[in-house]
Design a binder for this molecule. Structure first.
Ligand code: FAD
Length: 434
């Protein structure tokens, strides 16, 4: 009896890479043909309940560049990427029919919006085998030594449970397909204007002047680790505010999956072998464990991470005073350090970790505004928006998350400590302060 032909579809979401992509490597191992698909989902470019564009121009441009590069990288494996500016539940059932798709491969996601879309597609695509993989973790969820529902409430406990006991898996490789796998592909990537934006230039003072895509991510990795050896000073510089090199700047590529966290981990290990191991090389891994942590927190708590009372179920008297929200957004508060950081995000789609902690603390603890409005603004503006890291950090700073001490940042002291000479504030406020 003749075996039914296998036709695999990879539905790319936040795993936009070819290096160490479990979804891609499993799909190419399944036999038969492989086609890739990516949807610019129109819902991502609408306005949210607080009046912000869900995705503002910065991440949109970065995403377009990412897809441009993904097409090139996939073509080296003889795989085509079909790109649509349409809803997955409209497009995927049609593609399944046109190409007789038998199997769909995708990255495992668990947050509500992603699950809803996946279910909408599943309800319209008959007899298809679905294969989903955890593809975004340092510590693979199948390897950890506790039940996800028992994820510790405190980061240090989480880290100590894993760090010394759990091995990080090696990266995976995808085999190239024969040239006969290529298909005629007439789809095109939407332009910024198709998604509702005018083209724009990167701000000259941007601390993140990089482009989207796997190639840029790999270049940055090699530059930061091996060419300049900045990795070796990371712990000393990571609280910086000005310039390209105070921190790794990996987050925008990590967020849309154009680099894997395991690739970064194994390159740190390579650096430690070839050069030296110090507190800085360790500290970058430490920060990457934070990233994992918020993914585990969101898996454990589900939609609670989007609720005002957060995972602590704590009730405060929150305000939603529109005037105060606008002043915060526009960098017109009474605090010049907060203002400079807000102007930075507005002009560039980037803000340092130090800046984020301060502006978020000011929003939630000083102005006592509903923290979800601040989080939604970050979601719109940040080039590196990641649902788990964003809502996890906002809850943490707002006192409804994983901070056992519930601290408030003293933004004045923070400015004195981290911007003693006012360079950062001058850069964005364009006024002489002293
Ligand atoms: P580096 O200092 O070089 O760190 C390396 C990597 O470690 C980062 O790329 C990131 O993946 C991870 N990491 C570092 N700090 C954190 C942290 N606190 N939480 C989780 N992961 C971390 N990060 C995002 O990627 N997306 C977000 O949407 C996001 N929203 C945030 C909102 C608030 C209110 C705060 C306080 C922090 C937020 N962060 C977010 C975390 C952090 O600010 C950024 O990851 C970091 O500034 C990115 O710069 P980098 O890549 O140079 O970091």
């Amino acid at each position: 009896m003749q075996k039914t032909k296998i036709n695999n579809l990879i539905w790319f979401r936040n795993d936009l890479r070819t290096i160490d992509n479990s979804v891609l490597s499993e799909a190419t191992k399944n036999g038969g043909s492989v086609i890739g698909l990516y949807c610019f989902d129109p819902r991502e470019f609408t306005t949210d309940k607080f009046g912000f564009k869900k995705t503002a121009k910065f991440r949109t441009k970065f995403l377009i560049e990412t897809i441009q590069d993904l097409i090139i990288q996939l073509s080296k494996l003889n795989i085509d990427l079909l790109v649509f500016n349409d809803l997955p539940e409209h497009v995927i059932p049609q593609i399944c029919e046109t190409y007789n798709i038998t199997d769909i491969y995708l990255q495992e996601e668990w947050t509500q919006e992603e699950v809803d879309i996946e279910n909408a597609v599943k309800s319209k695509t008959g007899q298809i085998s679905w294969h989903s993989f955890y593809n975004q973790f340092l510590y693979h969820p199948e390897d950890i030594n506790f039940d996800i529902s028992k994820t510790p409430q405190v980061f240090t406990v989480f880290r100590k449970k894993l760090e010394k006991y759990i091995e990080i898996r090696n990266g995976v490789v995808a085999e190239a397909l024969p040239i006969s796998n290529r298909i005629e592909n007439n789809t095109t990537i939407p332009a910024l204007s198709d998604l509702g934006f005018e083209d724009f230039k990167t701000h000259v003072n941007s601390a993140f002047p990089f482009k989207g895509g796997e190639t840029e991510a790999q270049n940055r990795l090699n530059e930061y680790f091996f060419e300049t050896k900045k990795l070796g000073f990371y712990k000393k510089t990571r609280n910086g505010l000005v310039g390209v090199d105070y921190s790794s700047k990996f987050s925008p590529w990590l967020a849309n999956g154009s680099i894997s966290v395991r690739t970064i981990y194994w390159k740190i290990k390579q650096f430690e072998k070839e050069h030296y191991k110090n507190q800085s090389t360790y500290w970058l891994i430490f920060e990457l464990i934070w990233r994992d942590y918020f993914k585990y927190v969101s898996m454990k708590h589900g939609n609670q991470i989007f609720k005002l009372e957060g995972i602590l179920n704590k009730h405060y008297d929150w305000s939603n005073n529109q005037n105060l929200v606008s002043k915060w957004i526009n960098g017109e508060t009474q605090d010049d350090f907060v203002n400079a950081n807000m102007i930075e995000i507005n002009e560039t789609g980037w803000m340092s970790n130090r800046g984020r902690q301060n502006v978020a603390s000011y929003f939630a603890k000083e102005l006592q505004l509903d923290w979800r409005i601040g989080a939604a603004y970050f979601e719109s503006m940040l080039m590196d928006y990641d649902v788990h890291s964003n809502y996890g950090n906002w809850m943490y700073v707002a006192g409804v998350g994983n901070d056992p001490r519930d601290r408030k940042f003293n933004t004045k002291l923070q400015a004195e400590r981290y911007d003693a000479n006012g360079k950062f504030r001058r850069l964005w406020l364009q006024v002489s302060l002293f």
